[in-house]
Each structure stands twice: as structure tokens, then as C-alpha cells.
Write a protein that binds this ligand. Structure first.
Ligand code: G3P
Length: 218
């Protein structure tokens, strides 16, 4: 399973890249709003840090507007993937982008049928939102599992990206559900690194090492 960071914060992306665990980045208007500045410049900077897919989201409601925005993003760097929200116009835009060879990530997917249609239209990635389904008392992971299984059965090339990841358990569950990609906030990536027994073990090793050195020096 590939790991994407769900952020527009450059330093977080640089850190994950240094750790050797970064396969790509997803952004959206809300994440961009947290950092501000020029969206184009941020995207270009991110694309310099990772050669993996970097999602840039269009905000138009109409097909031509989506196409204009998406074509502009696609020119910024070769690894840009145009993010399009699930809708009737979104499907049309995805289909047109596919015909032009522009990769897309269909976002705001909340059902297996939506994901299937997006893949059919030509999306290279679909993004079911796990946390937001859990928020309304529906099991978000079911959509991930169903889509991963359906795409495997029917040999559909589209990748299932688990989005709206809210905790480390969602990552483990996505891994086991067959998600091809999971995108997560940097804080959750840090949580995945740590375990209290690891920290305790490191402290104990340091203590024992220092004691052995002190004995050897006598
Ligand atoms: O990847 C989608 C993500 O940004 C949404 O997360 O936590 O706002 O549902 P959340």
C-alpha cells in the first residue's frame, strides 16, 4: 500500500520524504486554505520533493471550468493528478481528462457504486472518505474493501485510495482491506512510528549501555 501525505505543508512533506515512506501527496482546497499563498507555487514545490502522484483539486462545478483548471494544473509538473469531486459533471470531466491523457483522482466518494462509476469514466485513482462515513455511523472501511475486491475481480486498473484517515487504526485496516493507497495527515504518520514499548526499550538500552561503559572504564 502506498502512503500519501494529505497536506499542503511543505515541511511535513519534506520530513516524510526523508523518512523514505512518502509515495505521493494529496491536497484539497481546505488543506490549501490552511497554508495560503499561491496554490500553483505550492504544487510545484511539492512536485520537486516527490516524483509520486500529487493531487491538485479543481473547484469549478461545470465541465469546461473543471477542464480549464485541470489542464492548467497538469502543465505545472508531470506528476500532477487532477482531483475532481464525484458528480455528473465530474464524471464527464474525468472521462475527457482520460481522453487527453491527464490522470485524475475522483474525490468525495462515499459508496462502492460511486467509485465504480468513477473508475469506469477513466479515473486513475478513486478516494472513498473513510472517516466521514464513520462520522455518520457507516463503516467507511467497507467501501474500501468492496472497491478493492471488485477492482481485483474485474481487473479494473483504477487505484483505491483510502482518504479521510483519522487514526493509526484506519491505516492498519486500509492495509488489510486491500487499499492500494492511503492518504493521511502528518500527525497520524508520526503516531504510526511510535509505540510506548519502543520508547521504553530505547531508554533501557541507553541506560544499560551507559552502565556497561562505566564498568568497563573502571
Ligand atoms: O483526503 C481527504 C481528507 O482531506 C478529508 O479528511 O478528516 O476532513 O474528513 P477529513
Amino acid at each position: 500500500m502506498k502512503i500519501f501525505l494529505d497536506t499542503a505543508e511543505i515541511e511535513e512533506i519534506r520530513t516524510a520524504a526523508r523518512w523514505g515512506v512518502l509515495d505521493g501527496v494529496t491536497t484539497n482546497p481546505s488543506l490549501y486554505a490552511k497554508v495560503g499563498g499561491s496554490y500553483d507555487e505550492i504544487l510545484k514545490e511539492i512536485c520537486k520533493i516527490t516524483s509520486g502522484p500529487v493531487s491538485a483539486e479543481v473547484v469549478s462545478d461545470d465541465v469546461e471550468g473543471m477542464l480549464t483548471e485541470g489542464r492548467h494544473f497538469a502543465k505545472l509538473a508531470p506528476n500532477i493528478v487532477v482531483k475532481v469531486a464525484m458528480s455528473e459533471n465530474g464524471l464527464e470531466a474525468i472521462s475527457r481528462f482520460a481522453a487527453e491523457g491527464i490522470k485524475t483522482n475522483c474525490t468525495l466518494v462515499f459508496s462502492t457504486n460511486q467509485g465504480f462509476l468513477a473508475a469506469k469514466a477513466g479515473a486513475s485513482i478513486i478516494s472513498p472518505f473513510v472517516g466521514r462515513l464513520d462520522d455518520i455511523n457507516q463503516d467507511g472501511m467497507t467501501v474500501i474493501r468492496e472497491l478493492a475486491e471488485a477492482f481485483s475481480i474485474h481487473e479494473i486498473e483504477c487505484e483505491v485510495l483510502a482518504a479521510s484517515i483519522r487514526n493509526p487504526l484506519h491505516m492498519t485496516q486500509s492495509l488489510l482491506a486491500g487499499a492500494h493507497i492511503a492518504t493521511l495527515p502528518f500527525k497520524i504518520l508520526q503516531q504510526m512510528v511510535h509505540h510506548p514499548l519502543t520508547d521504553k526499550g530505547i531508554a533501557q538500552f541507553k541506560k544499560d549501555w551507559a552502565a556497561a561503559q562505566a564498568t568497563a572504564a573502571k
